[in-house]
Ligand binder design. Structure first.
Ligand SMILES: [Zn+2]
Length: 183
C-alpha cells in the first residue's frame, strides 16, 4: 500500500530555534525579519540606523523619509500592532502621501520587504523630482528610485536570512552549504 509521507518543516511545529523559548513561534517568512535572536536584532537595527542616510542619498522626498523609516522599524520590531503614522497637514503632496499610506496598508506594510510597494510612492518621487530644479537625469526618476528601494528591502531580508541560517546551522555547516551550492 502506498503511503504518502507528510513533509513538515520542523521549525513550523517546534518553533524558531534561534529565539525559543522566549518567543516560541512558528517559523514563517515574516519571522525571518521578526526573529528575536539577539544577533539578528543587532544586524537589523544596524541596517535600519543607516536607512535615513540611504534614503537621502537617493534624494527621497523628505515628506516620505520618516514614513518609510517608521514603517520598516515597526514591521521588524513591533509587528503585532497596527502601523500608524501622523502625517502633518502641511506635508507637501498631502493627498498623495495619504493615498500611498492607505494603499500600502491594504497591500500590507510587511510586504514591502517582498517588493510589493504601492505605485503611489513612485508618483510622489516623480512629483518631487519634477518640482526640484537641478535634479534630472535617468537616475532621478520615480521608477529608478523605486527599484533602489525594492533592492534595499530585498537586501535587508537577505541579511536576516543569512543570520537565520547561521543561528540554525552554525557557521561551519552553513558555510559548507554555501560552498556546495556555489559549485
Ligand atoms: Zn526566531
Amino acid at each position: 500500500m502506498n503511503q504518502r509521507l507528510k513533509c513538515e518543516d520542523p521549525d513550523r511545529t517546534a518553533g524558531c530555534t534561534a529565539c525559543r523559548p522566549v518567543h516560541s513561534v512558528d517559523k514563517t517568512v515574516d519571522h525571518v525579519l521578526q526573529c528575536r535572536s539577539p544577533l539578528q536584532r543587532g544586524l537589523l537595527i544596524e541596517r535600519l540606523s543607516s536607512f535615513t542616510a540611504t534614503l537621502r542619498e537617493w534624494k527621497t522626498a523628505p515628506n516620505i523619509c520618516q514614513i518609510l523609516l517608521a514603517a520598516a522599524h515597526h514591521w521588524i520590531l513591533t509587528p503585532w500592532d497596527d502601523f500608524e503614522f501622523h502625517v502633518p497637514d502641511n506635508t507637501p503632496s498631502l493627498q498623495l502621501v495619504l493615498s500611498a499610506m492607505k494603499a500600502q496598508t491594504e497591500i500590507g506594510w510587511g510586504l514591502m520587504f517582498r517588493g510589493f510597494l504601492s505605485s503611489d510612492w513612485r508618483r510622489i518621487q516623480d512629483s518631487f523630482f519634477a518640482q526640484r530644479t537641478g535634479i534630472s537625469g535617468k537616475l532621478n526618476t520615480g521608477q529608478h528610485w523605486a527599484r533602489r528601494l525594492v533592492s534595499w528591502y530585498f537586501a535587508t531580508f537577505r541579511i536576516a536570512w543569512f543570520q537565520r541560517n547561521l543561528d540554525k546551522h552554525g557557521a561551519e555547516e552553513f558555510g559548507q552549504q554555501v560552498i556546495l551550492k556555489a559549485r
